[in-house]
Ligand binder design. Structure first.
Ligand SMILES: Nc1ncnc2c1ncn2[C@@H]1O[C@H](COP(=O)(O)OP(=O)(O)OP(=O)(O)O)[C@@H](O)[C@H]1O
Ligand SMILES: [Mg+2]
Length: 284
């Protein structure tokens, strides 16, 4: 790392806009957002469905389609380097070695016709060509995420694993290349509550053992409270509120954040109707 790299935040986003030009009308999906993330910190991005969380995350790793399908404006700086100006080769390196991505739908992220071992080995071979014993490295990365008998599991196909195991495999593949930044898009939303807790504990453990930064997209405020130092709340393509987690959770300022937090049922509270966000009172 050069001294220049160290002087920058890990990621810095300035006035990011993302739009999808369509024949009749352009969809302005992200409308000028700014945020930054320091090394070793976790930022949670929360917000309603369709508010732009996933496409923002995809843009950080240069994973959106090029124009004319999608137009990205503003700046995305990864350790001071402009992601949008990177050549395809640099982008591949960025995605393999520096940024790892866990996609929103884990079940479709693995290829059903290849074994788990093959898929992990391919990731290792592509991004860490210097590794001599790929099989050992694959076993080690599965063991690190708590997969029992990892040698045997290498032969399994995705359909032979449970949702929680697939999510662990995804985390193992994401972390095998020791990235600086992990982007996890709702990594636990497809899992039941106990497996959710296990996966979260796993992420917490990994964070404690190495200096990994995480951008975590979630709808779940319990996860936010347990893992993230910073929160950004997205609403209709904008960040309407951001700051340290305790501040946002205990003293939300924006009506959407207040409404979102008010929807969480409190233990012991008896309610006749499930609370919802009243959008008629919110400005876009
Ligand atoms: N390829 C595309 N063409 C047109 N519009 C798109 C495209 N991809 C995303 N969008 C729009 O961009 C907006 C943001 O989508 P995004 O997937 O980022 O939402 P999200 O906040 O991740 O929602 P969720 O919580 O449901 O995952 C949505 O209105 C979506 O319809
Ligand atoms: Mg999404």
């Amino acid at each position: 790392m050069t001294p220049e790299d160290e002087s920058h935040p890990l990621i810095e986003v300035r006035d990011l806009t993302i739009s999808f030009p369509k024949r009749r009308q352009t969809v302005e999906a992200v409308r000028g957002i700014d945020f930054s993330l320091e090394t070793g910190k976790t930022l949670a991005v929360v917000g309603e469905s369709g508010s732009g969380k996933t496409i923002t995350a995809l843009s950080l790793a240069g994973l959106l389609l090029p124009p004319p399908e999608c137009r990205v404006g503003g700046q995305i700086l990864f350790r001071g380097r402009d992601v949008q100006q990177m050549k395809p080769r640099e982008l591949r390196k960025l995605r393999g070695k520096e940024i790892a991505y866990i996609f929103q739908d884990p079940a479709t992220s693995l290829n059903p016709v290849f074994s788990i071992g093959y898929q992990i080995a391919e990731t290792i071979k592509t991004h860490l060509p210097e590794v001599k014993n790929v099989r050992e490295c694959a076993i080690d990365s599965l063991a690190k995420v708590g997969i029992q008998e990892p040698q045997k599991r290498l032969r399994d196909f995705p359909h032979q694993l449970s949702g929680g195991q697939i999510q662990r495999v995804m985390i193992a593949m994401a972390l095998a290349c020791e990235p600086r930044l992990l982007i996890a898009d709702e990594p636990t939303s497809a899992l039941d509550a106990t497996v959710q807790t296990q996966v979260l504990n796993l992420l917490r453990q990994i964070k404690a053992t190495r200096s990994l930064s995480i951008i975590l997209i979630t709808h779940n405020f319990a996860i936010v409270a347990g893992l993230a130092q910073e929160v950004a709340v997205m609403f209709r393509g904008k960040i309407v509120e951001s700051g340290p987690t305790p501040q946002i959770l205990q003293n939300p300022q924006h009506p959407y954040t207040k409404a979102l937090l008010a929807c969480i049922p409190q233990p012991g509270q008896r309610i006749s109707r499930l609370p919802t966000v009243d959008y008629s009172t919110l400005e876009c």
